[in-house]
Write a protein that binds this ligand. Structure first.
Ligand code: MTE
Length: 325
């Protein structure tokens, strides 16, 4: 997410080395140095894929891969796993896209999920107990970041609707508020005082009940790596990616519309609904097209990220900007 305005000493993006060139250069350098650096590179690759450190084994690991739900089809190739798991937004661990190493400091077990607020019985459930009682499946989803990059990922998890059912919201509940972990020791970004930590996001109860809303526990047929939001994150594929909170620890049912972290910082640019729409530009850049992670190809952005058949009925006016930032 880009909040800062470019300062005098920063070069414009158009003058920076294009990412594809940079990547090729990295590949070239890795190849040239391969003979002497091989052990180091291998260690690095292992680190990127590691989900749990010694002593915090994931007791659900042998449940993967989950059976794929074929209802959710893609119009593009899957993003290579190496790209989807190494180009991340996770501000708890830094403002760059390269937070894989930093994110490994987050302890994933024990991990408790609190479900509270306007529900029949507030409770705290261990993540592994929660996973074991949910209907598990794999879905192929597009993901569109508000920054205009996109990926296509096989997520593993369960429908958010199943968790809503478990929670038994009372008749007054209208929204779900998702709160991510708070751990300043593991996540240095959380010591940056001008972000109102912890990360918060929210959806309406109707959005939560929509078939598309998915709680993610894994990707590419195994538990999700830390940098992608393990052990529990959201996937709301018709919305800009910042709505899909990672590292979730608390889900509160409420009658108050939640204010997300980005909305709290810059409400004129990052709203509550944040549905993808190429017709409404971000105040500082176009949303008409997106860059695919991996290939680097630019493709036209689709209304609701191509998921209109599932969600269009939730929003009364496709010309109302309120729903599209
Ligand atoms: N969740 C938390 N807790 N912290 C974050 O910084 N970034 C969001 C979202 N969820 C973010 C977060 C943004 S802007 C995007 S695009 C996606 O996570 C990125 O998910 P990915 O790193 O798995 O691609």
């Amino acid at each position: 997410m880009w909040i800062r305005k470019t300062r005098g000493w920063e070069i414009k993006e158009s003058r920076a080395t294009p990412e594809a060139v940079f990547r090729d250069r990295r590949r070239f350098m890795a190849g040239a140095a391969g003979a002497i650096l091989a052990p180091g590179l291998l260690a690095c690759e292992k680190e990127a894929g590691a989900d749990t450190a010694a002593g915090e084994a994931d007791p659900t690991a042998d449940l993967y891969p989950f059976a794929r739900n074929e209802r959710y089809q893609l119009d593009r190739d899957l993003t290579p796993e190496a790209d989807a798991t190494s180009y991340n937004n996770y501000y708890e661990f830094g403002t760059s896209k390269n937070i894989v190493k930093a994110a490994q400091a987050l302890p994933l077990r024990p991990w408790a999920i609190t479900i509270d607020g306007m529900v029949a019985q507030p409770r705290t459930i261990d993540i592994d107990d929660l996973i074991k009682q949910m209907p598990l499946e794999e879905r192929l989803y597009r993901h569109r970041c508000v920054e205009a990059w996109a990926m296509a990922v096989p997520w593993s998890g369960f429908p958010l609707a199943a968790l809503v059912k478990l929670a038994e919201p009372t008749g007054d509940a209208k929204f779900l508020r998702f709160e991510s972990f708070m751990n300043t020791e593991a996540a240095p970004g959380q010591s940056e005082a001008w972000y109102p930590w912890p990360y918060v996001e929210g959806v309406t109860l109707a959005e939560a009940a929509n078939d598309l809303s998915f709680m993610v526990t894994g990707m590419y047929g195994k538990p999700a790596p830390k940098q992608n939001g393990a052990p529990l994150r959201l996937a709301l594929p018709w919305k800009y990616g910042f709505k899909s909170a990672k590292g979730i620890q608390r889900i509160t049912f409420t009658d108050q519309q939640p204010v997300g972290l980005w909305e709290a910082i810059q409400g004129s640019e990052y709203g509550f609904y944040a549905n993808v729409n190429p017709a409404f530009a971000h105040p500082r850049w176009s949303q008409a097209s997106e860059r695919l992670l991996g290939s680097g190809e630019r493709v036209p952005t689709q209304l609701y990220n191509g998921y209109g058949e599932f969600v269009a009925e939730l929003y009364p006016d496709v010309n109302d900007r309120r729903y599209f930032y």
